[in-house]
Design a protein around this ligand. Structure first.
Ligand SMILES: [Zn+2]
Length: 871
């Protein structure tokens, strides 16, 4: 199919043909003289994309993108980063050859409109007339939603090859950025697995996480921005400031055939009203295109809300999120048939569902076709009304920088925080989202409060102040019901994201203007505390336990083989008072190197004393062997794995084969992440449906289950998180009973931040504030306790809700969350709610790390500590 070696080099005869009027060219031999055509997807892949039972592989998709870029002057192919497994992350840029030559100028105009401070109305109008709209199309963030990856070659080919007014208008007026797979790894794994299992009795669907750590939650990462793929896309959006971002997805099969915005209530009030209306109008435009083409089953205003920033970065940066969700086929690429032979999905027409779907089957070809229309419907509108799109984008951003708006003046992050690492992470998250941060060069007063030099100021009136506000404020999710007095209308995801609570940082909201002398912070850096001198042979290094970053210090000390103790009580040394849980570390060179490195990364101060304190302590077990149970497609465990790796925790995954041997010989502590049931462990993945490469997830049987019980009885530590507490209760008779009503009328906490009271003298709660709030989501539970040691519980009375939405908070009154249970020689710690939920909940992550090392540690009395430190 390769007719010409290099793009742009047409033979003389072809140029002649192009120059001739159409009527004359018809008399020429068109096969010999026509302009070069781009190989079609069907020619390249050998079948039309969307064919029953066939999926183009990721590697071949990429080859096709490179081929088109090579042949067309309208398409650029670039690799703009690496995935979590180190594979290339491609980007396609599509526009007219003219536009592609002046991308820098287009980008510059857009950036000027995105930050309209100092821009006059006349200048803005001129820029919107001259510049081009930037449209970001993102496919295949969810790898099993295969149609979203398969449709891209068709879209690309049409744009590169079709000579029509529609396509010319798009190319002339729009710079289209295409992320052909937001999770390239998963797109490869799912497609290759599907092809590999062809002709076998095995299930065709990839059973595990399709992004290395987060799986389906890769679309819950848009405010903490933890994964490389998210970081790449955020950097791209920051670079271009697109006016529209369209996300292609697939949903289940019970609803309409395709969902397009407007969204279901509520929308985050921090999304500019213009952005909301741009979303609504473009959504309606797409619906019109689909309906006009005879595509039935188009639905809006259902299921998907416009609330959480975990799913939408662009909305706080001036662009609507155009979510497209097509219904799925059977087993990725086979025809879905209705169970009763009748038409699929709801059949009652409504204003948000004009035309029910009238067929009894639904195919991958239809998915590809519907998505294609949804993309061209949006692109055509943005191209046709390019100037209006740019101008409305400018107006959105003008609203953002308007200091007269009835909004807070600024957020102040006071210097001298309890947790310097949390403060760094909070500021760094905001800065990654393009939020401007200033630092005070001298003390100042705001709202009657004095702030020291070094405090940070985040003004609301700035281009992305909305992103800062949604992350810094308390969420008040509306009390939405299915009908008056009815059950709660479930949010699509969660309801809270208040970073100061999740990270444990004090942030003040200041409503009224104040003055402070500040300097812009170009790049947030961790604090840089002076490292102390050598404590000498009789001394020790000391680290207070308040920062969640101390987990990194413990991990580094474990790797260095440095003797590490934790004070069991408060003590004073060198003129300072240290809280229970303070790290007391041997005065060796290895310890110094480990502490210094982590202190530099986290800003956590280290102290040294020439005389080791005489305080009762726990000695951490050298080389504590940590196990993280790996469950198939277990997203909470995936997030936890990422966190462990980030913190340098030495750990191994616990897999099926481990249960056949002696678990105590391999592990000191085993963590059961949320979402692991007894059935997952005992029965596991069906070996008739999944080949040997998944044997790690096969069931361990009753013998394996008994081995897990024996692990604890023989001295092991088992940590059960969230709904896995039910699994621990099946393993051992624990003195806790679920206390919450299962009826959502009575109790409902769909991902909210709740009040909590900690016993900070308990080793599991060392370093916590007594009232640190905790994450509480669906599947979490509170307990009535008849034994064990209660580490944390809900307040006996008063407001349980801190941020988000909660129904029936009184059922939590006085109930336990974290409880420690002795069992035989071992320990079980049950965490009713997830202390590390999606790694957003970071301050409470201390609880998990404390418990991991506490179980296997031994006690040392005060008089013996100095000697023990000398080894
Ligand atoms: Zn999806």
């Amino acid at each position: 199919m390769r007719t010409w070696k290099r793009r742009g080099l047409l033979p003389a005869a072809a140029l002649l043909a192009l120059a001739l009027p159409l009527s004359s060219s018809l008399v020429l031999n068109s096969t010999a003289l026509a302009a070069p055509r781009i190989t079609t997807p069907e020619q390249f892949f050998g079948f039309p994309l969307g064919t029953e039972g066939k999926l183009a592989r990721w590697d071949d998709l990429v080859k096709y993108y490179k081929l088109v870029a090579d042949k067309s002057q309208k398409v650029l192919y670039q690799e703009i980063g690496k995935t979590a497994t180190g594979q290339p992350f491609p980007l396609l840029t599509v526009s007219s050859p003219d536009n592609l030559k002046k991308l820098d100028r287009i980008k510059e105009s857009n950036l000027r409109l995105a930050d309209p401070r100092g821009l006059t109305e006349a200048e803005a109008k001129k820029l919107t007339a001259q510049s081009k709209s930037v449209f970001l199309l993102e496919a295949a963030i969810h790898s099993t939603e295969v149609g979203t990856a398969q449709v891209i070659p068709n879209i690309l080919h049409r744009l590169a090859d079709e000579k029509s007014t529609t396509v010319s208008e798009i190319l002339d007026n729009v710079v289209l950025l295409i992320i052909p797979a937001q999770s390239p790894d998963g797109t490869k794994w799912v497609g290759d697995y599907f092809n590999k299992t062809a002709g076998t009795n095995y299930a065709r669907t990839y059973p595990d996480l399709y992004q290395k750590y987060t799986g389906h939650d890769d679309n819950r990462d848009w405010f903490m921005i933890t994964q490389p793929e998210t970081q790449i896309s955020v950097a791209l959006q920051n670079e271009w400031k697109p006016q529209v971002v369209q996300n292609l997805h697939q949903m289940g099969n019970s609803r309409g055939r395709i969902f397009i915005p407007p969204y279901l209530s509520p929308n985050d009030p921090n999304i500019d009203p213009i952005t909301v209306q741009q979303t609504n109008s473009l959504g309606m435009e797409i619906s019109r295109s689909l309906t006009a083409e005879g595509k039935k089953g188009v639905q809006w205003g259902s299921t998907y809300d416009y609330w959480t920033p975990s799913r939408q970065y662009m909305t706080y940066h001036g662009a609507p999120r155009i979510l497209v969700e097509a219904a799925s086929a059977q087993d990725l690429a086979y025809t879905y048939k209705s169970s009763n032979g009748g038409p699929i999905g709801p059949q009652e027409p409504d204003t948000n569902f004009i035309e029910p779907y009238d067929q009894s089957t639904w195919t991958l070809a239809q998915i590809v076709d519907y998505l294609d229309t949804a993309v061209f419907g949006a692109l055509s509108n943005v191209a046709k009304y390019k100037t209006e799109w740019l101008y409305n984008f400018y107006r959105t951003q003008r609203n953002a920088v308007d200091p007269s708006a009835d909004k807070p003046f600024a957020y102040v992050v006071p210097a001298g925080q309890r947790d310097p690492f949390a403060t760094y992470e909070l500021l760094n998250t905001l800065q990654t989202g393009d939020v401007e941060i200033e630092q005070a060069t001298s003390a100042f007063t705001a709202n009657g409060k004095r702030y020291e030099a070094g405090s940070w100021v985040i003004r609301y009136a700035q281009p992305y102040g909305r992103f800062a506000k949604t992350l810094l404020e308390v969420q008040r999710y509306p009390d939405l019901r299915e009908y008056p007095g009815g059950p709660p209308q479930s949010p699509y995801d969660v309801t809270a994201q208040t970073l100061p609570m999740l990270l444990g940082v004090y942030v003040d909201t200041v409503a009224k203007p104040f003055t402070a002398s500040t300097t812009p912070v170009t790049k947030v850096q961790p604090a840089n505390p002076a490292f102390p001198g050598d404590p000498g042979g009789n001394g020790a290094y000391l680290v207070s336990p308040e920062s969640y970053g101390t987990a990194m210090m413990i991990a580094a000390l474990q790797k260095a083989g440095a003797g590490t103790f934790r004070a069991s009580a408060e003590f004073s040394a060198g003129g300072r008072t240290y809280a229970p849980g303070t790290l007391i570390v041997e005065p060796s060179k290895a310890a110094q190197t480990a502490l210094q490195e982590v202190s530099r990364k986290t800003g956590i101060p280290v102290f040294s004393v020439g005389q080791a304190p005489q305080v009762a302590a726990e000695q951490l077990k050298d080389n504590t062997r940590v196990g993280l149970l790996r469950g198939i497609n277990n997203i909470p465990g995936g997030w936890m794995k990422w966190l462990f790796e980030q913190y340098g925790i030495g750990f191994n995954e616990v897999v099926a084969a481990d249960f056949a041997g002696d678990l105590n010989a391999k592990f000191d502590t085993i963590v059961l992440p949320a979402g692991i049931s007894r059935t997952d462990i005992v029965s596991g993945l069906n070996r008739d449906r999944y080949p040997a490469e998944w044997s790690w997830a096969y069931g361990v049987g009753e013998a394996g289950w008994a081995e897990l019980r024996k692990f604890v009885e023989d001295g092991g530590t088992l940590l059960a998180i969230g709904d896995s507490v039910a699994t621990a209760r099946q393993l051992a008779s624990l003195p806790i009973t679920p206390a919450l009503p299962s009826d959502e009328h009575q109790f409902f906490s769909p991902g909210s931040i709740l009040s909590q009271r900690f016993d900070t003298s308990d080793p599991v709660a060392w370093g916590m504030r007594p009232d640190t709030p905790v994450w509480f989501g669906e599947g979490d539970q509170a307990y009535t306790v008849t034994g064990g040691d209660v580490v944390s519980s809900f307040p006996k009375s008063g407001e349980q809700l801190q941020s988000g939405w909660l129904i029936g908070g009184e059922h939590l009154n006085g109930k336990a969350n974290i409880v420690k249970h002795q069992m035989g020689e071992g320990l079980i710690v049950t965490f009713g709610s997830e202390p590390t939920f999606r790694t957003w909940s970071r301050d409470p992550s201390k609880l998990l790390f404390n418990a991991i090392y506490h179980g296997p540690s031994t006690t040392v009395d005060g008089a013996a500590l100095p000697g023990a430190l000398r080894g």
